[in-house]
Design a protein around this ligand. Structure first.
Ligand code: ADP
Ligand code: MG
Length: 230
């Protein structure tokens, strides 16, 4: 599903250059649930953003579903993003003046799907995350965990091949974090490939595999024994 070889990324700031990713080799197969770990500033978001086509890499190769991702113009990148990828962020990024239902409808609206069809489909995805009865509520009437579940429904409604979550539990207490991870596990069990960036060990332990970044390279890549973790 994802194949990355010898990937490098630097940020240019005036005459200074910050070399963040220094040769990443990383393969993800369909159906995996992978945690990307590392201390703050280790390049986790940079890697996820490159995988999500929100940012470009400098060197090396990146293939998503056998498509080489390189030098795509903004329109093409946006098309691939919509087709392949769903995003979940620490800060939920919901639209505050739209209801839970309308937030989930939005990606379908941009895809040009008819009104009735998008309303029904969005409601099904809200139901999948347990929020059918909260459909008409505005984000400021929802708890953090509920907001993140709306964001997950919004990411899933376009049926992406890969779900990318950057610190999805970063703004939640530990009980709510566990609930959100339970939902992510449930989505993964239905066959979805998922990458979760986190710096919390117990969140990583709820994934099937942990990849650790340090000083711009992967220093550890191991499977997790789910039985032991639970
Ligand atoms: P993490 O998500 O692991 O905390 P990031 O990938 O966000 O790390 O950042 C890695 C390093 O790159 C940090 O030192 C950060 O300050 C720097 N960085 C991230 N984004 C940019 C940017 N757009 N411009 C310049 N430097 C950046
Ligand atoms: Mg980050």
């Amino acid at each position: 599903m994802i194949s990355i070889k010898g990937l490098h990324k630097s940020y240019q700031m005036g005459s200074n250059s910050l070399h963040v990713l220094k040769g990443i080799d990383f393969e993800v197969k369909e159906g995996e649930l992978v945690a990307i770990m590392g201390s703050s500033g280790s390049g986790k978001s940079t890697l996820l953003n490159i995988i999500g086509m929100l940012d470009n890499h400098d060197k090396g190769s990146y293939k998503l579903d056998d498509v080489l991702i390189k030098n795509l113009n903004e329109t093409k990148a946006a098309n691939y993003r919509n087709k392949f990828l769903g995003f979940v962020f620490q800060s939920f990024n919901l639209i505050n003046y739209k209801s839970a239902h309308e937030n989930v409808i939005l990606p379908l609206y941009y895809q040009g799907i008819g009104r009735k069809k998008r309303e029904v489909k969005a409601m099904k995805y809200l139901d999948d995350v347990g929020l059918k009865n909260w459909a008409t509520h505005m984000p400021n009437e929802l708890s953090g965990g509920q907001k993140q579940r709306v964001a997950i429904a919004r990411a899933m409604v376009s049926e992406p091949k890969v779900l990318l979550a950057d610190e999805p539990t970063g703004a939640l207490d530990s009980k709510t974090s566990k609930e959100v991870m339970d939902l992510i596990q449930k989505i993964n069990k239905s066959g979805k490939t998922i990458l979760v960036v986190t710096h919390e060990e117990d969140i990583a332990q709820m994934c099937k595999r942990v990849v650790r970044l340090k000083d711009g390279v992967i220093v550890e890549d191991k499977k997790i024994n789910q039985k032991k973790a639970l």
